[in-house]
Ligand binder design. Structure first.
Ligand SMILES: Cc1cc2nc3c(=O)[nH]c(=O)nc-3n(C[C@H](O)[C@H](O)[C@H](O)COP(=O)(O)OP(=O)(O)OC[C@H]3O[C@@H](n4cnc5c(N)ncnc54)[C@H](O)[C@@H]3O)c2cc1C
Length: 462
């Protein structure tokens, strides 16, 4: 006998848990299936022996208590506990760290220009912003200012917001949206906060809200495929157990089927073909959608970086660290010290440092290029933090494809992102940072969860 639910959500990242909690609390019996042994997806945090708590890569949350992720938690009756906000952005320029304020002091004309631009952005309507979704950041800047300082200031902030290696290729609409939200809510172009206990501080409240409402979270289970009856969703098949040491060989059991009239794929666009038939001949999804899917699934960017546990700190201020182009790596750099925001993530007297460089996906697939870039990046890190080698207790490198959803370039943001409602099929939905939703990545995933739950409840609500 197949198990029956009102809704099955595939994936327990921020989007999947958000949709699950909203549906369950609205009265839909919901199952959330996650292939990892822990919830959180790209926002997981891990404990490392000796008292360290480490996130997957460098993570700060734009807008903190005023963010869509905080709002999502509140909507399901929970609060995220925020450690603190970043005080400023420090940029590595000409061999030293400079705060944005130091940079801006360059000339009174530049300050006037920046203030004028900020005022203009803060007053933009949604329609004004959408009009720039097809415009590159370069085009927008060219039409707005000749001040080199203003261009650099806005480009640095834009790079941090969008994680696109060539800052001028970013979508103006996306940057303007994030800047407007920050200016209206926090009176600054970009503000970022760190949750107490790392990124799980955002995930755990959603997970608790879902389970406390009676929802079922199935960890360590992979969904094999979404099942259809005609073009309507019938449920999901869970991966079969294997009797062979070679994964995928000699299946033991029949697939375990879970029936539900609603299935939400809360996984990134590039993972969809793992659970959905995307062949134009046989898919329930229409051909126009599949063409768009084919175009977009490689439109993402990557991060490479070092997570470093230090016996003694090399930088102790709660700031965001950045560089538009590192001397050796030749890439944009981002970094911060999580233990300067929440001392609880490192043992007493020690310090945790997160760093990354924004790269193209191809550079991650090429392992020799990846090693070359990581080597150069360490040379840059040695110059940014003199004496670091003597203080390293442990360090590991990481690489990540698809860090922030779709590369937020013109035509790939706002209404141009795939809708949360799947066309051509009854009961199939999407949620996450690669679908409809705006804002810095994890916040856009939170917004998409909210939009997705509203669409589902409007059609299948109790
Ligand atoms: C290194 C790094 C740094 C980042 N830094 C920032 C930052 O500073 N600020 C910011 O706003 N955002 C940042 N992000 C982006 C942010 O983490 C993501 O936008 C957000 O976590 C996306 O959530 P999601 O729910 O859409 O997807 P995910 O978190 O990817 O969740 C999808 C889930 O689906 C599961 N899944 C996939 N296939 C199956 C299957 N067949 N069956 C069952 N489960 C399945 C996956 O295991 C995963 O748990 C960063 C991301 C990375 C990786």
């Amino acid at each position: 006998m197949a198990e029956k639910y009102d809704a099955v959500v595939i994936g327990a990242g921020i989007a999947g848990l958000g949709v699950s909690a909203l549906l369950q609390r609205a009265g839909l019996k919901t199952l959330c299936v996650e292939r990892d042994s822990q919830a959180g997806g790209r926002m997981q945090s891990f404990d490392i022996e000796g008292g360290w708590r480490v996130d997957i890569g460098l993570h700060l949350a734009e807008l903190g208590d005023a963010s869509s992720s905080s709002e999502l938690a509140r909507q399901v009756g929970k609060e995220v506990s925020w450690a603190r906000f970043s005080e400023t952005v420090e940029m590595f320029r000409a061999g030293r760290w400079q705060t944005l304020e130091e940079m801006i002091i360059a000339s009174p004309e530049d300050i006037d220009e920046i203030k004028k631009m900020m005022k203009g952005i803060a007053a933009m309507s949604d329609a004004d912003i959408e009009a720039y979704d097809l415009t590159s950041w370069k085009q927008w800047l060219d039409g707005k200012t000749t001040s080199a300082v203003a261009r650099e200031l806005f480009s640095v902030n834009g790079m941090i917001m969008t994680t696109v290696p060539d800052t001028l290729e970013m979508s103006a609409g996306e940057i303007l949206y994030i800047a407007r939200e920050n200016l209206q809510k926090k009176r600054n172009v970009l503000t970022a906060a760190y949750p107490v206990g790392g990124m799980m501080g955002v995930i755990t409240p959603l997970k608790e809200a879902f389970e406390e409402a009676g929802g079922e979270l199935m960890l360590g289970t992979e969904v094999d495929s979404v099942l259809f009856e005609g073009s309507n969703v019938r449920g999901v098949a869970l991966k079969k157990g294997s009797a062979s040491p070679y994964p995928g060989w000699f299946y033991m059991d029949d697939a375990r089927v879970v029936e539900a009239p609603v299935v939400v794929c809360a996984l990134p666009l590039w993972d969809l073909d793992g659970v959905l038939d995307v062949s134009p001949e046989t898919s329930v999804l229409p051909e126009w959608w599949l063409k768009r899917y084919d175009d977009l699934k490689f439109e993402t960017t990557g991060l490479i970086g070092y997570t470093i546990g230090l016996k003694e700190t090399v930088y102790d201020r709660p700031n965001f660290l950045s560089a538009l182009c590192l001397d050796h790596t030749g890439k944009p750099f981002q970094g911060f010290v999580p233990s300067a925001f929440d001392p609880g993530v490192a043992p007493e007297g020690k310090s945790l440092l997160q760093t990354d460089c924004v790269v193209e996906v191809d550079q991650i697939f090429d392992k020799f290029e990846l090693e070359r870039l990581l080597g150069l990046m360490w040379t840059d890190i040695q110059e940014m933090f003199p004496g670091i080698d003597d203080r390293v207790e442990w360090k590991f490198t990481y690489k990540c494809i698809g860090c922030d959803g779709l590369a937020r370039k013109p035509g790939q943001v706002g209404m141009f992102k795939p809708d949360v409602v799947a066309p051509g099929s009854g009961g199939l939905y999407f949620a996450g940072d690669t679908y409809r939703g705006r804002g810095l990545a994890l916040n856009s995933a939170a917004i998409s969860a909210k939009i997705c739950a509203e669409e589902i409840l409007g059609r299948h609500g109790p």
